[in-house]
Design a protein around this ligand. Sequence first.
Ligand code: B12
Length: 217
Amino acid sequence: MREQILENIKDALMRADRENVTKFTKLALDRSVEIKKILDDGLIAGMEIISNKFKCGEIFIPEVLISAKAMHAGMAVLEPHFVKCGIKPIGKVIIGTVKGDLHDIGKNIVSMMLKGACFEIEDFGIDVPPEKFVEAAKKQEIAIVAMSSLLTTSMNSMKDTINALIKSGIRDRVKVMVGGAPVTQGFADLIGADCYAKDASQAVDKAKELLKIKNLK
Ligand code: B12
């Protein structure tokens, strides 16, 4: 039954059927399916199928965009259940998709899971220029600057942001975390980031490691 609900979420996402994505995501929660399972085996699994169809030329940008909206609808159902942290935030993270890049699904998942793990999050959205990260990090006490990139052409903006942090003299005050489908550990090392994570769960573990916080949620 639970497996069937996850199948229904995937199926609705593939059909870009926002109403049913919402309905089956709520149903999965009602049936006590673990949130991480709903995310990984329902919503993200559905998005992977969309990715493959897009890659093969079976579907095009407009269809992907509608499925992305359905994905956001499912995530909106899950979000309040992630954010149940009741204790003082363990550090502030500013996060955004870098300049030139409009992809935000993965970044939003990372943001949601960090929030659920008691980090305070300020999400700058998409197409975020280096100056915006730097200005925020200058004005407030920021523990981690987190950047997402899904395009090989926007990855260099991560490097530009790190350079801008160095230039403004605050690189030592913050940790830099990077991720997104084309980003690798090698790339993170090359640009001088403090950490790379391949998915949202790993992002939570690594963010805690960066701040040396253990055993929290
Ligand atoms: C959905 C999608 C779109 C949607 C985006 C909607 C939205 N609101 O995000 C739309 C239709 C708008 C779109 C547009 C374009 N897209 Co697009 N898109 C995709 C697609 C199919 C899925 C991406 C996705 O959401 N995946 C699901 C999420 C959950 O995975 P994820 O993002 O990787 O995130 C996970 C991890 O990477 C990690 N992570 C992500 N961010 C971060 C950040 C940190 C700090 C950390 C630690 C971890 C982390 O954790 C996440 C959760 O586990 C990918 C295919 C793919 N294989 O990635 C193409 C893809 C990324 N797009 C591509 C292209 C080319 C484009 C366009 C240029 C197409 C065009 N001709 O216009 C435009 C670019 C627009 C722009 N300037 O950004 C290419 C990029 C190729 C390349 N080498 O650069 C891809 C790979 C498709 C392909 N195979 O050709 N796209």
